[in-house]
Design a protein around this ligand. Structure first.
Ligand code: XMP
Length: 514
């Protein structure tokens, strides 16, 4: 069943929570897409949306030049839910008045229902809601009624009496709004009347159909890194076109311990995917010899990777498609409607390939958020070991060895890092951890082992929590776990006599040390 038939559109006015709205809507089984607030009516109509959600935003609707959507959307007969700024915008449009609140409301508040409307089915008086606003409605527009009020907002939720236009002052999408998901569910199922066609399984079925239709009997190439995105891409495309997919896996010598073997075992051994393994360890280490500058390391690794990949690809012939693990946040980011302050990531694993290679791009995960990719991975039968794999940078361990990358230093780091993987990364309890790894610092310190004085390497541990790698905080890992990791590293890895824990956040630090 094509879940696109039930698309809900989210018009983004710049709220930090917009992606959260989308994720909640999808968790509720409804496909949705985010677009800039000023999306044209024509484009909106082309989706034939089941509902439209207007997000919150940092501006005030009373300011000149404040963002506005196409006003005709209010006449479309499509259910609309305005959240915070969205509510204020519709209030202004329908002739109500907005005021800067004397009492701002940030954080926890309580809702009290005034009208038993379907939007609040299952919600009780006094339930906690989450507010984050300064402006609020002063005069409700004509033709609207109050559905609910809160401690400080007489108009916590309103509805246009003669149509399905709703506005809420609070944020149903955030976790702290106790019945937030129920409210969104009510909007989608009782008001927009969706059936709920979107699920990881429906995604997989449709994606396979679409890939088959697009690729036909042609061939596709996929650079497999062993990370979750490229693994899911490869598995999905393999299901669609079988042996017409060729994966290339380049061992650049700076992978984590046993990583190359694990990837080969899974993709060749278990999934029987057509895989070309390129052992380029020596080439990379030779190119990195004596290089200390992190940006130079990145460039050397990136360029060499492209060169090797192109060389392999050119020998195959008849490859029309290049598969990539682009995700929905990348798509949103590249439409850059968040204005000049948009954060642009400079890291891209296979950056530069498509333009040079003149192949058509196949990006089957373009519609998905990361957590959805993991669910799709499970649906496709990938093991937890792949599905919950932490992000790993393209330049790999080379940027975790501060200074020279030598075989000896790589061995030390791989062994130390493997202990972190065993104690933290592979432990289900720590799945919320964004990344956990070891860094080899180019400093020797004094220690004592038995009766011997040692003068050996220091390993730093970096374990962080993050949503998107843009900001991160060091993880408050239990002392016992840190203790085990440190003891094991010092006892099991020759050449290390000290372990330290990095307690810096990003910003001002970064996640990686180089
Ligand atoms: P930083 O160190 O900038 O890292 O806080 C943010 C995220 O990006 C990863 N990272 C990279 N990924 N190539 C990549 O593919 C790179 O050169 C690179 N540098 C950092 C890092 O692991 C973290 O997840």
């Amino acid at each position: 069943m094509d879940y696109h038939k039930e698309t809900v559109l989210i018009l983004d006015f710049g709220s930090q929570y917009t992606q959260l709205i989308a994720r909640k809507v999808r968790e509720l089984g409804v496909y949705c897409e985010i677009y800039p607030y000023n999306m044209s009516l024509e484009k909106i109509n082309a989706f034939n949306p089941k509902g439209i959600i207007l997000s919150g935003g940092p501006r005030s609707v009373t300011e000149t030049g404040a963002p506005v959507c196409e006003e005709e959307i209010f006449a479309l007969q499509v259910p609309i839910l305005g959240i915070c700024y969205g509510l204020q915008l519709m209030t202004k449009f329908f002739g109500g008045e907005i005021d800067k609140s004397i009492k701002r409301e940030y954080g926890k508040a309580h809702i009290f229902l005034d009208d038993p409307d379907g939007l609040f089915k299952g919600v009780k008086d006094g339930d906690v809601i989450w507010m984050s606003h300064q402006d609020r409605i002063f005069h409700m527009p004509e033709g609207f009624k109050i559905l609910a009020h809160s401690d400080n907002s007489p108009y916590a939720a309103i509805k246009k009496t003669d149509s399905k236009i709703y506005g809420v002052q609070f944020h149903p999408e955030v976790h702290h709004t106790l019945k937030g998901k129920r409210i969104l569910k009510n909007f989608l199922y009782s008001i927009c009347k969706v059936k709920g066609l979107f699920s990881p399984r429906s995604f997989v079925e449709l994606a396979i159909e679409k890939i088959r239709a697009e690729v036909g009997n042609n061939k596709a190439l996929c650079a497999l890194s062993g990370g979750v995105d490229s693994s899911v891409v490869a598995t999905l495309i393999h299901k669609a076109i079988g042996d017409n997919l060729l994966c290339v896996f380049v061992n650049n010598g700076v992978l984590r311990k046993n990583e190359a073997k694990e990837v080969l075992d899974i993709f060749e051994g278990k999934l029987h995917i057509n895989l070309k393994y390129v052992d380029a360890e020596e080439k990379f280490l030779a190119a990195l010899k004596g290089v200390r500058d992190p940006e130079k390391k990145r460039k050397i690794i990136g360029r060499l990777f492209i060169k090797i990949f192109e060389h392999e690809a050119s020998g195959i012939g008849n490859m029309q498609y290049l598969a990539q693990g682009t995700l929905y946040p990348d798509v949103i980011e590249s439409t850059s409607f968040r204005g000049p302050s948009a954060t642009i990531k400079s890291h891209h694993n296979v950056g530069g390939l498509p333009r040079k290679m003149k192949m058509k791009l196949l990006e089957p995960l373009r519609e998905l958020f990361k957590d959805e990719v993991r669910i799709v991975g499970k649906e496709l039968g990938l093991t937890d070991n792949i599905v919950y794999r932490q992000p790993f940078p393209g330049p790999g361990l080379a940027i975790r060895i501060i200074g020279d990358v030598t075989t000896e230093r790589l061995t030390i780091l791989k062994d130390a890092d493997n202990i972190v993987r065993e104690e933290v990364e592979r432990n289900e309890k720590f799945r919320h951890i964004w990344q956990s790894f070891a860094i080899l610092i180019p400093v020797n310190t004094v220690g004592v082992m038995g009766d011997e004085r040692t003068y050996a390497n220091v390993i730093a541990l970096r374990i962080v929590e993050s949503e998107d790698a843009m900001t991160a905080d060091w993880a408050k890992i239990p002392y016992e776990v840190l203790d085990t990791v440190a003891r094991r590293i010092i006892n099991e890895v020759p050449g290390v006599n000290r372990v330290v824990y990095d307690i810096s956040s990003k910003p001002p630090s970064t996640i990686e040390w180089e």
